[in-house]
Ligand binder design. Sequence first.
Ligand SMILES: Nc1ncnc2c1ncn2[C@@H]1O[C@H](COP(=O)(O)OP(=O)(O)O)[C@@H](O)[C@H]1O
Ligand SMILES: O=C(COP(=O)(O)O)[C@H](O)[C@H](O)COP(=O)(O)O
Length: 302
Amino acid sequence: MSRKHPIVAITGSSGAGTSTVTETFEQIFRRESITSTIVHGDSFHRFDRFEMKRVFNEATAAGIAPPSHFGPEANDFTSLEKLFEQYGKDGTGRIRNYVHDEDEAFEFGCDPGTFTPWEDLEAQTDLLYYEGLHGAVKTDDVDIAKHVDLCIGVVPIINLEWIQKIHRDHSKRGYSTEDVTDTILRRMPDYVHYICPQFTNTDINFQRVPLVDTSNPFDARWIPTLDESMVVIRFANPRGIDFPYLLSMIEGSFMSRANAIVVPGGKMELSMQLIFTPMIWRLVENSRKARGLTGLRSPSIA
Ligand SMILES: Nc1ncnc2c1ncn2[C@@H]1O[C@H](COP(=O)(O)OP(=O)(O)O)[C@@H](O)[C@H]1O
Ligand SMILES: O=C(COP(=O)(O)O)[C@H](O)[C@H](O)COP(=O)(O)O
């Protein structure tokens, strides 16, 4: 946690929707003239796609469970924590990107399945924004969550998450439903031990719940739309959250618990804007004051 150099982390399983939520945060940063540096969690994978296949084949041949992209064997949690620690201290660090598909290959100039070279973070940023699988991990060896100032979980119910992953991995990464199903099955132990426990450490969780049949996620023709779903927004610490304001601004919303507001799926974006804009602005305002920057603009949303 850092007053001078805050960290915002959006964490969720593969296919949960963290990249999609990032678009909302980018809009907030643009509108509030906030300079952010974005870190994608898969850049802390230990192996590129080819090395991962080699490691997988060696483990399988040896009759042992191969590492998965969800656990510490294939992710350098220690380096991720060190990046958060360093950024929190002085606003610096080094990042790279993992290239998943042809679009990213064109963007970064590297082949799919490889990493871009490490490079220094942009200087003088207002905050570091993490999007990935492990933004709130706590294990015996690392505590990534403790360095994060605002930690958001993107946690659709599992059938919806699997539908989203299957559709995305098929359409964007060229995997078959069978490939993705095998990946889901293979990752299950690490999903239970490293991905799910994070959502107890987050400040706010967004859980999209479809209102249509998703009984067989491996045979769903399309992803349930926002209008075919509701979203449970749970606050770990509801103190200071202006629920009456949110209920008045978000048509069709209601409280399901003292710390949980339920909104129509179509209002998810508006809910995020209303909830996060003041939170981000407070983090940035304190950061700029602590760094001796003047000329603070008031936020566009009260
Ligand atoms: N709120 C949403 N409503 C509809 N589709 C969504 C939503 N969030 C994510 N998706 C879809 O689910 C798939 C996975 O989303 P993505 O953001 O790529 O997940 P992640 O980055 O967590 O792996 C994509 O096809 C995306 O369009
Ligand atoms: O799951 C992720 C990242 O999470 P997300 O799915 O949220 O991007 C891994 O980076 C890819 O599966 C590895 O890619 P590949 O196995 O295709 O090299």
